[in-house]
Design a protein around this ligand. Structure first.
Ligand code: BF8
Length: 664
């Protein structure tokens, strides 16, 4: 019976640790998102983008014989409006996070947030130059203050072009200018999206969708990019760190504090507080051996890539983490935090603690976080977790014995550094390898979990298939965490990489799957694409590069915004799961055929992830041909003999998974 249950759960996830906890929760009759997805089917009309609920004459469901709403709106108008409203919400979320970072930088520069320091002066100088802030003869605090104020003004820029647009290749900037989509401040673009899509306003699908492009670009090349840059200034630009993932990193004899959400401001302080001797002593006084800090979702990625803090899991594991029975506090800030956490926590001793003024959850504990007393608040939260440690119900504890090793923290600065050293950072070796056909192309594989597909299966299948085909992969968000759990962020993964890709990765000293950070750090991928273009030899624009993007298990509006800005930046992008505008042939046509003509890249929604990879490889090869590069031949480069066969795990060992079954 137990085996049958496991078999059934295998349809829900490829992660054995997740399956183990799903069985436990079922036995304990505790609800979770996997189970709710079974009982709550998507509304087929809303799912296809054909439900209009923007006024109270409706909602109008444009299905069957109903081809227009009460106001006469067609399904194309309705689907386009729904689509760009997703973009606006996603862009708002990333960019409001970015604004928070700018405000923290300003507070730190003014001395009003004494626990925050400028950690990366070099990055501060680079960002200052990009934003036109004078640096000569000024203190770092003065520069940081101007950087913060300039960034803040960018969010609200009413007229003109965002300053960061000039980071894009000149040809791409021209395309955007000619199409009238160079963004102003994200605040204006989000407001205008909502205005255009109000009842009785913009009613031409293509015109509506073009503004969606502008709004998404204000996120990718604006709010998200500034968020990444300012986080690096405050907390350090990531470089490779070794760490671990999955439920096995939780400890039975220590106080487990799990941070979840997106902003690094609080989680960075919790990292500091968890190392405080007084706090550790307090934990020991309560019978614990120490404090074990771990993360979920993008907050986890932020403190992983900078501090090496371990990752409990991705989006769909948040409720499950509590069901291990050993999470003493789950500390959440903003975004991707399920309300279901509180119900699960009510069956255990776990305290769910909300901290952001923007996100309360009924039934959760509340400790509001502000920059001016950040460390003190972090210590208060950890003390709450320590006080909770003794309240665990030992009979309910079950920690799946799965720990996966990983290397993360590949900022674009570090990737450039690896290819030339400190005196000549470059992308030359990468570009040369692509030109010679050793590397076939590059892909970004990113985005969420979605219980409508088997958790982590499309994510990791795509990544493995790409590297087998000599495509270098960069990853962020919940895809990165899926990869971590399957050992795909380790050097051992070289064993399944194509010979050409492997040779280059070994020469440069990078793994073939590079964890670049959180979802706002998708802006790092934009920067890498621009750097590859400016390095030369691969065309004049992002759309010339043999590259593709994937978000195979997306669910969040943020993912729709990200996919949109990638496509509009010239990257053919494949979303999985289903099409949120399935009901409109016109919208689907615009996002694929029309975008291809206008932006040189399409925005595909392809639920068959195997087909998505085949299509992407065909596009990559077509780009290679257009650039007149060497024809890609997988047999041309053979595996180098300079590496010993025992350097990495054997193929058999890899196929079993890289995970260690015992705690390491
Ligand atoms: O911002 S990948 S589930 S955690 S939305 Fe959320 Fe999606 Fe994960 Fe990070 Ni991004």
């Amino acid at each position: 019976m137990a085996d049958e249950k496991k078999e059934e759960k295998k349809r829900k996830s490829i992660d054995p640790a997740t399956i183990e906890i799903l069985c436990k929760m079922e036995a304990e009759h505790i609800s979770n998102a996997f189970e709710r997805a079974e009982t709550t089917k998507p509304c087929p009309i809303g799912h296809s983008g054909a439900c209009c609920k923007i006024c109270f004459m409706g909602p109008c469901r444009l299905t069957g014989k109903t081809t227009e709403g009460v106001c006469g709106a067609t399904v194309d108008t309705v689907a386009a409006r729904n689509f760009v409203r997703m973009i606006a919400s996603g862009a708002a979320a990333h960019s409001d996070h970015g604004r928070g970072m700018a405000m923290t930088l300003i507070a730190a520069a003014k001395g009003e947030a004494p626990d925050y320091k400028i950690k990366d002066e070099r990055k501060l100088m680079v960002v200052a130059r990009n934003l036109g802030v004078k640096t000569e003869g000024r203190s770092k605090e003065e520069i940081a203050l101007d950087v913060g104020m300039t960034a803040l003004a960018e969010f609200g820029k009413q007229e003109g072009e965002l300053l960061y647009i000039k980071r894009a290749p000149a040809k791409r900037q021209e395309i955007w200018r000619n199409l009238g989509v160079v963004p102003r401040g994200v605040d204006r673009e989000v407001v205008e999206t909502l205005h255009r899509t109000v009842i009785g306003n913009d009613q031409d699908a293509e015109h509506i969708l073009m503004h969606g492009v502008r709004c998404s670009l204000a996120d990718g090349w604006g709010g998200s990019m500034m968020s990444t840059d300012i986080s690096d200034i405050l907390f350090g630009t990531p470089g490779p760190v070794a760490s671990r993932s999955n439920f096995g990193i939780l400890k039975e004899d220590e106080v487990n504090v799990v941070v979840h959400g997106h902003e690094p401001t609080l989680s960075e302080m919790i990292v500091v507080a968890a190392q405080d001797p007084g706090i550790i002593k307090y934990a020991k006084s309560k019978g614990a051996k120490g404090i074990n800090l771990a993360g979920i979702c993008c907050t986890a990625n932020e403190i992983l890539v900078r501090q090496g803090v371990g990752v409990v899991g991705n989006f769909l594991q948040q409720e499950l983490a509590i069901a291990t029975g050993v999470v003493d506090a789950m500390v959440v800030d903003i975004q991707c935090v399920m309300q279901g956490l509180v119900a699960v926590a009510s069956k255990y001793h776990t305290k769910v603690i909300t901290t952001s003024p923007k996100a309360h959850i009924k039934g959760a504990e509340r400790v509001e976080f502000h920059e001016h007393n950040a460390l003190e608040t972090a210590k208060k939260i950890i003390r709450m977790a320590i006080d909770n440690y003794a309240k665990r119900d030992k009979s309910k504890i079950q920690i799946p014995d799965y720990i996966d090793r990983m290397v993360a923290g590949f900022s674009h600065e570090y990737i450039a550094y690896m290819q030339g050293g400190i005196y000549r950072e470059s992308f030359r070796p990468f570009n040369d390898a692509v030109m010679q056909g050793r590397i076939r192309g590059a892909a970004g594989v990113v985005g969420c979990n979605n219980p409508r597909v088997t958790q982590d299966d499309p994510h990791t299948w795509i990544v493995k298939e790409l590297i087998k085909n000599d495509v270098l992969v960069v990853t962020t968000g919940c895809n990165a965490q899926a990869c971590a759990k399957q050992g795909l962020l380790t050097p051992e993964v070289m064993e399944i990489a194509g010979a050409g890709l492997r040779e280059i990765c070994e020469t440069i000293g990078i793994p073939p799957v590079l964890h670049m950070g959180s979802c706002v750090d998708n802006s790092r991928i934009l920067t890498v694409l621009a750097q590859c273009v400016s390095e030369g030899g691969l065309g004049n624009d992002v759309s010339d590069l043999p590259a593709a993007g994937f978000a195979p298990e997306w669910m969040s509006e943020k993912a729709v915004a990200i996919g949109e800005y990638f496509a509009a930046s010239g990257v053919n992008t494949f979303m999985g799961v289903g099409h949120p505008a399935e009901g409109s042939e016109e919208v689907k046509h615009i996002l694929t055929k029309v975008w291809q003509e206008k932006f040189g890249a399409s925005y595909f929604f392809e639920p068959d992830h195997k087909k998505a990879v085949a299509d992407a490889l065909a596009i990559i090869d077509a780009k290679r041909e257009a650039l007149k590069l060497e024809k890609y031949d997988p047999k041309r480069y053979v595996r180098s003999k300079t590496y010993l066969s025992n350097d990495y795990l054997t193929r058999e060992q890899f196929d079993k998974g890289s995970r260690s079954m015992s705690k390491v």
